[in-house]
Write a protein that binds this ligand. Sequence first.
Ligand code: PMV
Length: 390
Amino acid sequence: MKVLHYKIQNLVKLVSLPLQNSYMTETDFVLDQYSQIDSGSHTWSSPSNIALVKYWGKKDNQIPANSSISFTLDNCKTVTTLRYSKKDHADDFSFEVFLDGDKKDSFKPKIETFFKRIEAYVPFLRDYHFVIETANTFPHSSGIASSASGMSALALCLMSIEKELIGANVILSEAEESYFIKKASFLARLGSGSACRSIEGDLVVWGEHQDIQGSSDLFGVKYPFEVHKNFKNYQDTILLVDKGEKQVSSTVGHGLMHNHPFAEERFKQAHDNLSTLINVFKAGDLDTFISIVESEALTLHAMMMASMPYFILMKPNTLEIINKIWVFRQETGSKVCFTLDAGANVHVLYPEAECEQVCEFIKNELVAHCQNGQYICDQIGFGARLMKNE
Ligand code: PMV
C-alpha cells in the first residue's frame, strides 16, 4: 500500500513538536492527489461538547475571535453513516440526508454550505453521490445543538474516504493519525465552529492561546497540561428547559459581536479565563473553576442582551434553576455549578464524587423546571469513534 499524500515529510516534524501547530496553515490540509474508488461507506460516532470558556464571535472563515475550552461529552452523540458511489459527472454536489431513517431535506442547505467551504480541502466531493444517514442519541428538538456532534461525525466520515482515496494503510502511523485528527477537526470547524472540539476528549482547546502549546485557530487540540483528579469523570446533567427552536441562531449571534460595544473586553476576558484555568485544572481548584465557568455562561448571555438588536435566550426556568443551584451550594457546600450554551437549557456540572447528592437535588428540586420533566445524564467523554468501514 502506498501512502500517496499525507505531506509526511512536513508533518513528522510538526507532530513531534506540538508547538508547531501554530505554524500550520490552511494549505497543509489541501488534498491534491488521490485515486478513485467506486463506492463504500463509513460510520462514525461523534459526541457533543460543552464549552467552559465560550466561543462567541468569529472572524472570516470560521476563525474564532477568542480561544475556548470544552468538556467533550459522552452520551450525547451523533452516529453518521456516509455512503458514497461514483457518479458520471463531477458537476454539482449530489447527496441525500436521512435523520433516523426519514429523509430530511431541511438539513440540505447547511450541508451544501459545508461542502462548499471544505471543497478546496477534499476535492473528491463532486465525484460522488453521497447518502448521509444520521441519528442522535439525544431526543430531537431537545434544544441540544446537534451541529457539533453532527458536523464532526460527517467530517470524520469524509476523512475516512480521504484515507481510502490516498491508499493509506488501515493502521496509520502516529504522524498520519495526528494529521487525520487535525484535518477532521479542521473540516468540522468549517461546518460549525464548536464542532472542531468534538473529535477528541476529554478537554479540548480551540483558538491560539499564548499559554497553551500547540493551540490553533484552525482546529481543536487536546488540552496538553496536567488535570487534577477532581476533574476526572466530571458529570454534566443537561436540564431541558425549552425544547423549541431558538429565536436567534448561533450564526446570527456570532455576527452581532461585530461592532459590539463590549467585544474587545470580552475577547480579552475569555483569554484571561483560559490562562487562569490552567492552574485551576492543575490544582483541582473547584471554587475558582465554578466562578470562571458560571461567569463565562452569564457573560455569553450578557453579550446577547447587549447586542444590537438585543435578544434573550434564557427562560424564566433557566433563572429559577440557577438560583436554586446557588442556594443549594450555599447550604450544603457542594461544588455543583452550571453553564449554558446558546439556549435556555442548563448544564449542571459536578464532580463524580458528588453524584449521589447532586442527582437527588436535581430530581427533588430542578426537574420541576424542565419541559416535560426531561433531562439527560451525561459526563466527560473521550471523543469520536469509528464504528464501521465497508
Ligand atoms: O459552533 P457554533 O457556531 O454553534 O457556536 C457555539 C457557541 C456556543 O455554544 C455558545 C459556545 C461554544 O463555545 O460552544
